[in-house]
Design a protein around this ligand. Structure first.
Ligand code: UT7
Length: 375
């Protein structure tokens, strides 16, 4: 930051140079869910916009998805080396250690700095800020940032309120050191949190709080819980505030935004935030319809999907805004760069498996049996 003879020092910016998204092949449609749960396709589509979501197979984990997305992002950036691997996730492979070192090792990046970010659905935007910080501080010249989540491993398959919303997936970007004014430079961050509302989105058991109490956790405490209506209200307010704060920091007007890329929580929320900001809904990038809410993966997956559809042109101005458990929220701006053509921007299996004995059914059967045995 110190001034030099050549003028004020500008630290390097993080510039997007590779992007990829990956979802597992197993599909759970609204009709699948309606066979097990007291719900129906019309309710789910009207309240959330979601038609289907992808879920991992038994035995697959978050790092498996992260590795697939990470490998493709590195290939898209035409590089094999980075100086840091950052994984944003709420569903790490283990409570200890972090998932990023294992992902780095499987990508042939043993020895590279690697750590996780836990900011729930805001994790990818927090991750962008962290990667930008590593690059600005000269700690890293290239960072692989992956948002990956397998919510199907923490959502109770019999909980109709949450089982309909979430899906599994991973999205990854490679960021390199560059100039703050060049296309692809990520900047003008706004990040925030409000831990007074931590109970609105929570897995109560599994951490030190629960372990320091006597007794086995209940089934409810072992699973993901969300007070949907209240979360909805906070999401609308915080996303709109964060988006406005970011635009004002950059001196952008709302009309300067070509694409608003929000965390894909629920189509109604995305459209309401766009309406509140005065943005035409066509400028709101949505992907939630075909993959559900994929947590920390949702923004990079939405970007990869839009890029694969050639909906993003070099020079387009993007506003990214996220909101999630914590509560946490965050936004940043980005001018779309010219990315090399890649077959791996977004990989949705050509012939996804749609089997009636999908994971949710298997779990539901297990739980049914468990309940019968114990009663
Ligand atoms: O990613 C982090 C951020 N997450 C979010 O931002 C999610 C925010 N919340 C939401 O997206 C919405 O609140 C939900 C989609 C979770 C729920 O939609 P809602 O319009 O808020 O519904 P509700 O919870 O108020 O429920 C309305 C009714 C209830 O019945 P009663 O009490 O009115 O008789 C629910 O029991 O709908 C019932 N319901 C369902 N009905 C059919 C709840 N889930 C279902 C379901 N199918 N799956």
């Amino acid at each position: 930051m110190s001034p030099t003879a050549a003028g004020p020092y500008a630290p390097p910016a993080a510039v997007l140079c590779g992007l990829a998204g990956w979802v597992p092949s197993r599909v759970v449609t609204n009709e699948h869910l309606a066979r097990r749960l007291d719900t129906d396709d019309a309710w789910i589509r009207t309240r959330t916009g979601i038609r289907r979501r992808h879920v991992v197979d038994p035995g697959q984990s978050t790092s498996d998805l992260a590795v697939e997305a990470g490998r493709r992002a590195l290939a898209a950036a035409a590089t094999e080396r980075v100086d840091a691997v950052v994984v944003a996730t709420t569903t790490p492979d283990h409570n200890c250690p972090a998932t990023a070192p294992a992902v780095a090792a499987r990508l042939g990046l043993t020895g590279t700095a690697a750590f996780d970010i836990g900011a729930v659905c805001t994790g990818f935007v927090y991750g962008l800020a962290s990667a930008a910080g590593l690059i600005a501080a000269g700690v890293a010249e290239r960072v692989l940032l992956i948002g990956a989540d397998t919510y199907s491993t923490i959502v109770d398959p019999l909980d109709r309120a949450n089982a309909i919303i979430f899906g599994d997936g991973a999205g990854a970007v490679v960021l390199r050191a560059g100039h703050p004014d060049e296309p692809g430079a990520v900047g003008h961050f706004d990040l925030g949190s409000d831990g007074a509302h931590e109970d609105l989105i929570m897995v109560a058991a599994g951490g030190s709080r629960q372990r320091s109490r006597p007794g086995e956790p209940s089934r409810q405490d072992r699973h993901f819980a969300m007070r949907g209506k209240e979360v909805y209200r906070h999401a609308l307010t915080r996303m709109a505030e964060s988006a406005r704060a970011t635009l004002s920091r950059a001196g952008w007007k709302i009309d300067d935004v070509d694409h608003f890329v929000p965390h894909q929580a629920n189509l109604r929320i995305l459209h309401s935030v766009a309406d509140d900001l005065g943005l035409p809904r066509e400028r709101c990038v949505t992907h939630v319809e075909s993959v559900g809410n994929t947590g920390a993966a949702s923004i990079p997956l939405a970007l990869a999907d839009a890029a694969a559809r050639q909906a993003l042109r070099p020079g387009d101005r993007l506003l990214l805004t996220a909101f999630g458990g914590g509560l946490t929220w965050g936004s940043c701006l980005l001018t779309w760069p010219t990315l090399p053509a890649s077959a791996h921007l977004y990989e949705q299996p050509a012939h996804p498996q749609e089997q009636p004995t999908h994971l949710y059914d298997q779990w539901a059967l297990l739980y049914d049996q468990g309940e019968r045995t114990t009663s």
